[in-house]
Design a protein around this ligand. Structure first.
Ligand code: URA
Length: 235
């Protein structure tokens, strides 16, 4: 989002807004290599803003990161049964962050972490139905299974919003499916596949809203980019 340079410089802790005006008058601020004037605007996501030749970095109050959770890790910060938990994998970030939502012990893939309570409540609220996409390795009668998955389904007596189900690969009675759901019921994808008599060999979350797991290695985390954070906060 474009903002006045005075506001950007003060938000980044460089100087006060009045001080920023002086910096601009003195020609100490450049945007994409060009000397900036008082009143000019820039977008820190897109523009290269520099003061005395040094690039500006946005100072954020909160931390946002994604982990590629491996199977065998519990989605909790401390497990009563002493099993490996996801906190052990994100310890190196040095912040007290928590997982937003959960993945089963046997599920791998994208897990979002933050220390932003407002965003957490917003994302987990039932009215906020962010799309979640899974890749699912299954075996069974695919003709029957796909018919059930694509048809009207209920869990716990409650109708589900229709899932988007695509076959990514198929070999005999084994397949890799892409299943996109809108709710976050407990073990939802496994129970949906169970209803279609499909056996789940592996379940991986690859997308949550606009956040993509991409090629993040298993067991690794990375901070979200400015653009990813902005999408999350605007969602
Ligand atoms: N659906 C499941 O069945 N398990 C998960 O971990 C996530 C979605």
């Amino acid at each position: 989002m474009e903002e006045r340079l005075q506001k950007i410089l003060s938000a980044c802790g460089v100087t006060s807004r009045r001080g920023a005006e002086q910096f601009l008058v003195q020609g100490r601020v450049t945007v994409n290599g060009r000397s900036a004037q008082v009143g000019d605007k820039a977008d820190l996501d897109l523009d290269d803003v520099r003061v005395d030749g040094k690039p500006l970095k946005k100072v954020r109050e909160h931390t946002y990161l994604m982990l590629n959770k491996p199977r065998g890790y519990v989605t909790t910060l401390s497990d009563e049964q002493g099993r490996p938990d996801v906190s052990q994998l994100i310890r190196t970030c040095g912040r007290r962050v928590w997982p937003v939502g959960r993945l089963d012990l046997d599920t791998d893939g994208l897990l979002l972490f933050t220390d932003d309570g407002v965003l957490t409540q917003h994302l987990l609220h039932p009215s906020h139905e962010v799309e979640k996409e899974y890749h699912v390795w299954v075996t069974g009668n695919l003709t029957y299974g796909l018919r059930v998955l694509r048809g009207p389904l209920q869990l716990d007596g409650v109708p589900l919003r229709p899932a988007r189900v695509e076959v990514l690969e198929q070999l005999g009675d084994s397949a890799v499916l892409s299943i996109t759901i809108h709710e976050g019921k407990k073990r939802q994808v496994r129970r949906m596949c169970g209803a279609g008599q499909l056996k789940v060999k592996r379940l991986q979350r690859v997308r949550e809203g606009g956040l993509l797991l991409g090629d993040l290695p298993l067991g690794q985390w990375r901070p979200l980019t400015e653009t990813e954070i902005r999408h999350l906060l605007d969602a």
